[in-house]
Design a protein around this ligand. Structure first.
Ligand code: PEP
Ligand code: MG
Length: 571
């Protein structure tokens, strides 16, 4: 039997240590009738208070050791504990049904958890994990159970668990906790996100680690390949120690580039920027030496809540980001909801083809009040830094003109109100629909910049749903058709003296980078942890040769031929 267990590579790096299997305490809940609901209410309130006290301590610890953004998860947990929808529902149940607090809490929280879990949206599903985490904490107090404490571990260990809650993850001390592996979870679960920013190697979603690994076994967590090696042989240990040393050496090399400009071997400069979802992502952005923000996906501000964010709330978020970037460019994309990103509270009808439907700019031009509020917040924030506005999913000039008109109207209105707005505000569009790529010369006259959204551009060009496994073979970033479209967009921008960037995943892809440099892309925007490897790769490439490589690639027959061309060039 193989001693390798496969999972999802959630956080890069390699950990070698003894396993510590985190056992869940038994939450056995007996539903009982009670004589004195008032006493039961008091038990519930006491447990709530204890849980709040604990969370406040963990929050402060997380803030001190891990930074403000990690601590916010616990602020969110505290909010769950004060949420009347949950708390009052439990109290009502105790009063009306005369049942014990444990069973009332279990029933109400299970109802909320399954409601969130059944939402067709990854972000909402993660909220179910938050409610589960918080409810267990309160239940633990009601049942008088010991809450497990990871903070007590004081030898080098790899944690094995069914799942790690955010509060578990925040207690991990990287001095002793070398890595972790879980049965469940995905790359977007909170614990995976936290492990990346804490740089603890992690493999999640293995389905079986807790069954396959007893505590005390030596294991290797390979967060680069997404594998766990159980009870490795001496040869395997040596091989992984070497892999770890190579990785550390590579990281040390990359780290030297944090404050460097991004330059090719022959001295050409491009901008390496980061994609963010919330202001909390800024720590990673700054630690990884981003030269700007190339895509701020504002839809996350609208998600995980049950009403629209106010102008003030949005203004604060946008202002924070531009201020923290201290004059570096920040491209903020207006709301891109629809497709796979839903806002349940907008109550939009289900569509047969959501990716081809009522989404992004289409929705904003129809729901004008939502759009106006966002434009005002963006315009106000523009006075505090180098903010650029970008419209998503533009398919026609009419859409662009209408969006720009609305922006102009709001700008004049704000100026009339005496509010300052930047005079140098650039306005650009995402190029993610083939019609816009093909007619890029027309659009280039009416925008300040393009940012190519290849995640969507590829799916629309190849007519292959980016979420559908069965047609994933057609999702081909290196297809000559895609390269030709990118070429058209970059040339059209340059002809009008404008810049062209890319914020789709392709911008950080090792094979694509030489091609994109060769095509003359000006700005590459990617996840923060890809920036230093990309900067290092670019410093070894010569832009002059790459133009020829890109020409050849556009004339190749297939995606595979393009890949071979790049690999041959790299050797
Ligand atoms: C894209 O389509 O390439 C893009 C960056 O937008 P999103 O992934 O948010 O659709
Ligand atoms: Mg897109």
């Amino acid at each position: 039997m193989s001693n390798k267990i496969s999972g999802i590579a959630a956080s890069a790096g390699i950990a070698i240590a003894k396993a510590f299997v985190l056992e869940e305490p038994e939450y056995t809940i007996d539903s009982k009738k009670v004589e004195d609901p008032a006493a039961e209410l008091k038990r519930f309130e006491d447990a709530l208070e204890k849980a709040k006290g604990e969370l406040n301590v963990i929050k402060d610890k997380a803030k001190e050791e891990l930074g403000e953004d990690k601590a916010e998860i616990f602020a969110a947990h505290l909010l769950v504990l004060s949420d009347p929808e949950l708390v009052d529902a439990v109290k009502d149940k105790i009063n009306n049904d005369q049942v014990n607090a444990e069973s009332a809490l279990d029933e109400v929280s299970s109802m909320f958890i399954s409601m969130f879990e059944n939402m067709d949206n990854e972000y909402m599903k993660e909220r179910a994990a938050d409610i589960r985490d918080v409810s267990k904490r309160v239940l633990g107090h009601l049942l008088g159970l010991e809450t497990r404490s990871l903070a007590m571990i004081d030898e080098e260990t790899v944690i094995i668990a069914e799942d790690l809650t955010p509060s578990d993850t925040a207690q991990l001390n990287p001095t002793y906790i070398k890595g972790f592996a879980t049965d469940i979870g995905g790359r977007t679960s909170h614990s995976a996100i936290m492990s990346r920013s804490m740089e603890i190697p992690a493999v999640v979603g293995t389905k079986t680690v807790t069954k396959d690994i007893p505590s005390g076994t030596t294991i290797i967590v390979d967060g680069l390949a997404g594998e766990v090696i159980v009870d490795p042989t001496e040869d395997e240990l040596q091989a992984y120690k070497q892999k770890l040393a190579d990785y550390q050496e590579q990281k040390a090399e990359w780290a030297k580039l944090v404050n460097e400009a991004t330059t090719t071997k022959d001295g050409a400069h491009v901008e390496l920027a980061a994609n963010i979802g919330t202001p909390n992502d800024l720590t990673g952005v700054l630690n990884n030496g981003a030269e700007g923000i190339g895509l701020y996906r504002t839809e996350f501000l609208y998600m995980g809540r049950d009403n629209l964010p106010s102008e003030e709330e949005q203004f604060e978020a946008y202002k924070t980001v531009v201020e923290k970037m201290e004059g570096k460019p920040v491209v903020i994309r207006t709301l891109d909801i629809g497709g796979d990103k839903e806002l349940p509270y907008l109550d939009l009808p289900k569509e047969l083809n959501p990716f081809l439907g009522f989404r992004a700019i289409r929705l904003c031009l129809e729901e004008k009040e939502i759009f106006r509020t966002q434009l005002r917040a963006l315009l106000r924030a523009s006075a505090f830094g180098n903010l650029k506005i970008m419209f998503p999913m533009i398919a026609s000039l009419e859409e662009l003109r209408e969006a720009k008109n609305m922006l102009e109207t709001e700008k004049s209105q704000l100026q009339k109100e005496g509010v300052s707005v930047s005079d140098e505000l650039e306005v650009g569009i995402m190029v993610e629909i083939p019609s816009t790529a093909v007619a890029a010369d027309l659009f280039a006259k009416e925008v300040d910049f393009f940012s190519i959204g290849t995640n969507d551009l590829i799916q629309y060009t190849m007519a292959a749903d980016r979420m559908n496994e069965r047609v994933s073979y057609l999702y081909q970033p290196y297809h000559p058709a895609i390269l030709r479209l990118i070429n058209m967009v970059i040339n059209a921008a340059h002809k009008e003296g404008k810049w062209a960037g890319m914020c789709g995943e392709m911008a950080g892809d090792e094979i694509a980078i030489p091609l994109l440099l060769g095509l003359g892309l000006d700005e590459f925007s990617m996840s923060a942890t890809s920036i230093l490897p990309a900067r290092s790769q670019m410093s070894k490439l010569s832009k002059a040769d790459l133009a020829t490589l890109a020409e050849k690639a556009m004339m190749a027959g297939t995606s595979e031929e393009v890949q071979k061309l790049v690999e041959t060039y790299n050797q």
